[in-house]
Write a protein that binds this ligand. Structure first.
Ligand SMILES: [Zn+2]
Length: 130
């Protein structure tokens, strides 16, 4: 049975606790629900060479795709160190990554309380396509 939105958000929050974020101090977790109903979690992994870092969304999508998934239903993102949910939104690169796998919904949250729900079109209305 597919997880509820609350369960997916809680998985993202737990995943954030595994983040490696010694430079930004922003621990982010993400939980992906694929169209097939599989769930994967990941966290951000920073690097002393900043551009080498991987966002939580990029980490978990790469893993889900490497397991054979090609379509994402929902991604929950949680930044447990952000005070304001505005600081927890996926970056532009991650929005394009989510677009590649036709992500339907994105849930954005901080460490507790309500989350915001968006469609991919709301966050990336004119995605790059080939
Ligand atoms: Zn990102």
């Amino acid at each position: 049975m597919a997880p509820t939105d609350l369960e997916l958000v809680e998985m993202a929050r737990r995943a954030a606790e595994q983040a490696y974020a010694p430079y930004s101090g922003f621990r982010v977790g993400a939980a992906v629900l694929t169209r097939e109903g599989d769930v994967f979690t990941g966290a951000n992994v920073e690097n002393a060479s900043y551009p080498v870092s991987s966002c939580a969304e990029a980490t978990v999508v790469a893993y889900a795709v490497a397991q054979g998934n090609r379509a994402i239903d929902t991604v929950a993102v949680a930044c447990i160190d952000a005070r304001d949910v505005e600081q927890a939104y996926p970056c532009g690169r991650c929005r394009q990554i989510l677009a590649e796998f036709d992500t339907r919904r994105i849930l954005v949250s901080v460490s507790d309380g309500p989350w915001r729900e968006h469609t991919l079109g709301e966050l990336l209305p004119h995605r790059f396509r080939l």
